[in-house]
Design a protein around this ligand. Structure first.
Ligand SMILES: Cc1cc2nc3c(=O)[nH]c(=O)nc-3n(C[C@H](O)[C@H](O)[C@H](O)COP(=O)(O)OP(=O)(O)OC[C@H]3O[C@@H](n4cnc5c(N)ncnc54)[C@H](O)[C@@H]3O)c2cc1C
Length: 394
């Protein structure tokens, strides 16, 4: 993506820092934005990792901070980042970077409180004819030359399954029988270590480590990705109190906490899937897989803590649903309407158009054929822009 392209606004705030990382894609020119600066304790961690031979790198993150002084950085945004609402619009999310700018065009209309129930095809089954919705509780129908579905990996699959008809008996665009299958959500863990010195960081999400992304010195398979997480506070740690050493005050814990997020790849299993029950309700079935790399990744981080000025313990963070994020942790949902070249094994083609339907595109996280081991948001956005360019060219 060059700095002059129309959609450059989407990824605001920072880019990765360059260097020669094995996981860094090739690019023709530097990123448009400088990496975010590390706060002092995070800079120490970064320097310590370098000192012991690792390759931390600036975290690609969609946030309007960095060198752009025109955006506010109030404490309650910086200190309450992951999962908290952001009234200052400092987060570079879809609302801020895509929906609001799109609404400046007078040929764009946004309908809120509008739930799409079903997509109806024409008699041939090759084109969506009507979109059936509930708009503010009232039945409404819409039609368009092109229909782009982006309901998230669980709800997009459910919508296609709900839209089954004579021409698409297994669900819309599902002659491959992959719609709803291969649900993935990552093997994720949120962990905190205790710094030997206080950690007054407000915004710690400024670096990551991919040194174990493909393998490690003692394991020939991928372990995953480590990144810094938003700073925990005493309120968030309350749920963890029983796990901590007796007598340790939550306030002390919060002041010394160093928060890490670890992501490893879960594999696309056709039996991990979204289905509908007889009442049309969504059923999510998921059996964990590929856990050894994740367990080893946690052990790798634990093994470094002394060198990073931290005590030699890692605590699971209940605020993020505990040690290993369970079924309810659907934040990184992906994979249920996979793309690919072969219509027998994929539902979407390389441009995310349904193989079976000529005017249907799906551009959310469901197109992923594998989950990788990094946060999915920027990949979903980049792919949506790519598909948007394809539609413009058409
Ligand atoms: C707390 C939290 C923190 C996260 N942090 C990060 C992070 O730091 N980095 C990162 O990369 N990712 C992060 N993620 C994951 C990221 O938010 C998702 O991967 C991403 O938003 C998925 O995008 P999507 O377009 O697939 O679906 P979504 O963003 O879920 O969008 C789907 C939209 O479709 C709407 N919808 C659903 N069904 C229907 C229907 N039938 N009719 C009409 N509308 C419908 C939904 O209301 C929603 O607005 C986080 C997620 C959570 C929950």
């Amino acid at each position: 993506m060059s700095a002059n392209e129309k959609y450059d606004v989407i990824i605001i705030g920072t880019g990765a820092g360059g260097g020669t990382l094995a996981t860094e894609p090739e690019r023709s020119e530097p990123y448009a934005h400088a990496p975010l600066r590390h706060e002092p304790r995070i800079q120490e961690l970064y320097d310590d990792l370098k000192r012991i031979g690792h390759n931390p790198f600036p975290l690609p993150i969609g946030v309007r901070l960095g060198d752009d002084k025109s955006y506010p950085q109030p404490d309650y945004v910086m200190g309450k980042f992951d999962g908290f609402p952001d009234p200052t619009e400092s987060k570079a999310d879809a609302h801020v970077c895509a929906v609001n700018p799109a609404l400046e065009h007078n040929n764009v209309t946004l309908l809120t409180d509008c739930y799409v129930e079903r997509l109806e095809t024409d008699a041939s089954g090759r084109a969506i004819k009507t979109v059936h919705a509930l708009h503010k509780g009232q039945a409404a129908i819409f039609s368009a030359d092109t229909v782009v579905v982006s309901c998230g990996a669980i709800n997009s699959a459910a919508l296609l399954l709900r839209s089954a008809n004579d021409k698409h008996p297994n669900g819309l665009a599902n002659s491959s029988d992959v719609v709803g299958r291969h649900y993935m959500c990552h093997n994720n863990s949120a962990m905190l270590a205790l710094s030997k010195h206080p950690n007054p960081t407000k915004f710690g999400k400024t670096f990551a480590l991919n040194d174990f992304y493909f393998d490690s010195d003692d394991f020939e398979y991928p372990l995953g990705h480590i990144q810094m997480l938003g700073k925990s506070d005493a309120e968030m740690l309350k749920g963890d109190a029983p796990a901590f050493a007796p007598g340790m005050a939550l306030d002390y814990m919060a002041k010394h906490a160093v928060d890490f997020w670890m992501t490893s790849e879960d594999l696309p299993d056709p039996n991990n899937r979204v289905t509908l029950n007889d009442n049309g309700e969504i059923v999510l079935q998921y059996t964990e897989n590929n856990l050894e790399g994740h367990t080893r990744l946690i052990a790798k981080l634990k093994g470094m803590l002394n060198e990073l000025g931290c005590q030699n313990h890692l605590f699971p963070c209940q605020a993020y649903l505990g040690k290993k994020i369970p079924l309810a942790g659907t934040a990184h949902q992906c994979g249920t309407i996979r793309f690919g070249k072969d219509p027998k094994t994929s539902a979407l083609d390389e441009n995310c158009k349904a193989h079976d339907v000529d005017n249907l595109y799906v551009v959310d996280g469901s197109f992923f054929p594998s989950s990788t081991a990094v946060n999915p948001g920027l990949t979903i956005m980049a792919n949506a822009l790519r598909v948007g360019n394809h539609l413009l060219r058409k």
